[in-house]
Design a protein around this ligand. Structure first.
Ligand code: ADP
Ligand code: MG
Length: 503
């Protein structure tokens, strides 16, 4: 059994002018399904296509067109549910959410209100070594995305682009278990990581493939605990919802601002009005967008164009069997198997490709040393050059060979860094490079003794000092290393220096 034990972090406390307050946050995350085709049509989901190019008749709501469910999208929602350890509902159904918007030609969005495909699950949000927040998932439902209104192309006219209309979204709804701005950002990052492992959403926040509606309320210490004991939402404060956040940094800023705004109102004797707000990144403020709408405002009703979605338990089991090892399990295994620190295990498992690369390097080698080289040299360098692991000029096998050469004592750690540089820029077999360029460490004691003798003979004053203060032996080691171009085995040099100085 892998050890996934942790303790939950303290909630963030905000000191108001009069009282202490705590934050309560729940999120509705919209994740675009990584599918080539839309939810109910065969039109492409390709990003950046010419406006209104990827639009099937049904996406444009032409009369008489009927939606046909895309099985692949359903499978991705089930995979995501399984990845969040959630209950999969074998029966789910689609509902129409009616509202007018120019980028919604149907006049309604097809969603799942009453019978979502995924029920309760949970996510562990890592908040430092041994500390994690357990955020409960309430549900995941499948729905269509809307198109895009373009207001900034012409001063007088708004254009509409229907390419995104009908693209499949998974809406992941959390319980209000998130207790601070950092946790909120880390929660979205964790969902993103899990979905990237699963391959169900690419998590690209810039292109809007992952965006969050953030519900924020504040309460006095103790209220949240009462909510957890009783399940009674009314002991919590009234919330405001900040719509459509697609940056982790903005999510944190918006929550910070919103919490302070609400606290100021409450301490002034006012009341929070439940409403939908927008974050303005330029001002760092949230502002009111509209008063809170209720489900009944949308006149939801079961979509008559689609049969309920009934899936088979065997199909779900087959999907479950095909899931990859997920981040929490991988991290726990890395800790146990390779003896790396929790921090390093977190870095190594951030992306599946990175973890695979590390394992190829670490197999049959010292895990800590492999982690060190992969994280500090390789990832450090890739970050600097803006490259992904897949684009790394140094392969796992090349890096493994470099580590072997150090372990065998053929090269020192310092020379290994030069070697890494050569392999990075020129490629080639590291072992052959070491041979061909005479980079091998000198372990021949005769040669080292000679170099030590020369340094001692040339520096009689230093010898005197070192005999009184043995710490100065290091200076001789440094001189010998310099004289041998860094190729002498430092351990051997150290021993011989001490012996010759009589220390
Ligand atoms: P509605 O039905 O009005 O949309 P939900 O109960 O579905 O409300 O909740 C929507 C989101 O708001 C969920 O993510 C939930 O966790 C969150 N939420 C509910 N109550 C609060 C609260 N008091 N403070 C912060 N978030 C909340
Ligand atoms: Mg809701």
């Amino acid at each position: 059994m892998l050890d996934l034990s942790f303790k939950e972090p303290e909630p963030k406390v905000i000191h108001g002018a009069r009282e202490d307050w705590e934050l309560v946050i729940g999120m509705e995350v919209h994740a675009q399904v990584a599918s080539k085709a839309k939810l109910f049509s065969g039109a492409s989901t390709e990003f950046g296509a010419e406006p209104n190019y990827n639009v099937a008749f049904v996406d444009a709501a032409m009369p008489g067109m009927l939606p046909v469910i895309n099985e692949f999208c359903v499978e991705q929602a089930v995979r995501t549910g399984l990845g969040l350890k959630a209950r999969i509902n074998l029966f789910s159904a689609f509902d129409r959410k009616n509202y007018f918007y120019p980028d919604l030609p149907q006049g309604y969005q097809i969603s799942q209100l009453y019978h979502p495909i995924v029920g309760e699950g949970e996510v562990l949000v890592d908040m430092g070594p041994g500390v994690a927040r357990r955020v409960r998932i309430e549900r995941i439902h499948i729905e269509q995305d809307a198109g895009k209104s373009i207001h900034d192309m012409d001063p007088d006219v708004t254009f509409v682009d229907l390419n995104r209309t009908g693209v499949a979204l998974m809406e992941i709804v959390s319980r209000p278990d998130i207790r601070g701005p950092e946790e909120a950002a880390a929660y979205v990052a964790k969902l993103r990581q899990i979905m990237r492992y699963l391959g169900t959403c690419d998590g690209n926040m810039q292109s809007g493939n992952l965006r969050a509606d953030v519900n924020v309320s504040v309460c006095r210490p103790g209220a949240y605990e009462r909510f957890r004991e009783t399940g009674d939402h009314s002991v919590l404060g009234t919330r405001c919802e900040i719509k459509n956040m697609n940056s982790l940094r903005f999510i944190q800023q918006a929550i910070d601002y919103e919490a302070r705004r609400q606290i100021a109102i409450l301490e002034d004797g006012g009341e929070i009005v439940q409403e939908t707000r927008l974050f303005d990144p330029n001002k760092g403020e949230t502002r009111s967008m509209r008063s809170k709408e209720e489900a009944h405002d949308y006149r939801y009703f079961p979509c008559p164009d689609l049969l309920p979605l009934e899936i088979e338990a065997e199909w779900v089991e087959r999907i479950a069997a095909s899931l990859p090892e997920l981040p929490d399990e991988k991290k726990a295994r890395f800790l146990a198997e390779y003896g790396v620190t929790e921090y390093d295990a977190g870095v190594l498992t951030a992306e599946r490709e990175a973890a695979d690369f590390f394992e190829e390097v670490a197999r049959g080698r010292d895990g800590k040393m492999a982690a060190n080289w992969v994280i500090n040299e390789l990832f450090g360098r890739l970050n600097k050059e803006g490259l992904s692991v897949a684009q790394s000029p140094v392969s796992a096998s090349q890096l493994g060979t470099i580590i072997d050469l150090i372990a065998k004592g053929d090269i020192s750690g310092k020379i290994a860094k030069d070697l890494f540089e050569i392999v990075w820029t020129e490629g080639g077999d590291p072992a052959e490079i070491v041979e061909a360029r005479g980079m091998k460490q000198v372990t021949d004691t005769g040669a080292i003794e000679k170099a030590v003798d020369e340094v001692i003979a040339a520096n009689p004053a230093q010898v005197e000092k070192a005999r009184e203060n043995p710490k100065l032996a290091g200076w001789f080691v440094g001189q010998v290393m310099k004289a041998t171009g860094g190729k002498a085995n430092p351990k051997a040099v150290n021993e011989i220096v001490r012996q010759k100085l009589g220390l």
